[in-house]
Design a protein around this ligand. Structure first.
Ligand SMILES: [Zn+2]
Length: 122
C-alpha cells in the first residue's frame, strides 16, 4: 500500500504523483494531418490491436497519419488526402476516352446478346 502519499495535506494543493506512485498507461501517440493542415494527436492504448492509418479530423476531413508506429496497418502512408469518390479513383486509372471505348464495347456485347436472344425466341 502506498499510504504515505495520502497523509495530511490540503486537497489539490500538491500533487503527489510521480513516476513511482503513478503508472502512466502506456500508449502510442499518433499524429494525423488533414488536407487543411490540422493536426490531431491521438493517444492509442498499447492494447489497441491496430492503429488506424486515417482519422477523421475535427473539420470532418480524413486525416492521414504522420507518424508511424509498429502496430500500424501495413499500408504505405501517402500524404494527407481528401476523401475520394469511386469516380475519382476510376478517373485515376482510366481516361474518359478509355471509358467511352469500354462503354461501346459493353454495349456491343449486350446488343449481340439481345440479338441472339431475339433470334432464339423467334
Ligand atoms: Zn482538418
Amino acid at each position: 500500500m502506498k499510504s504515505a502519499a495520502m497523509r495530511g495535506t490540503g486537497l489539490g494543493a500538491i500533487s503527489y504523483e510521480n513516476d513511482r506512485s503513478v503508472e502512466a498507461p502506456e500508449c502510442e501517440i499518433v499524429s494525423y494531418s488533414c488536407s487543411q493542415g490540422h493536426q490531431s494527436v491521438i493517444p492509442f492504448s498499447v492494447e489497441a490491436e491496430e492503429i488506424p492509418l486515417t482519422w477523421i479530423c475535427r473539420c470532418g476531413r480524413e486525416a492521414g497519419a504522420v507518424t508511424q508506429v509498429p502496430k500500424m496497418a501495413s499500408v504505405t502512408i501517402s500524404e494527407p488526402r481528401v476523401q475520394r469518390t469511386h469516380w475519382d479513383m476510376l478517373l485515376e486509372r482510366r481516361t474518359i476516352a478509355d471509358l467511352q471505348e469500354l462503354l461501346n464495347e459493353r454495349l456491343a456485347v449486350m446488343r449481340n446478346q439481345l440479338a441472339e436472344a431475339q433470334r432464339l425466341s423467334a
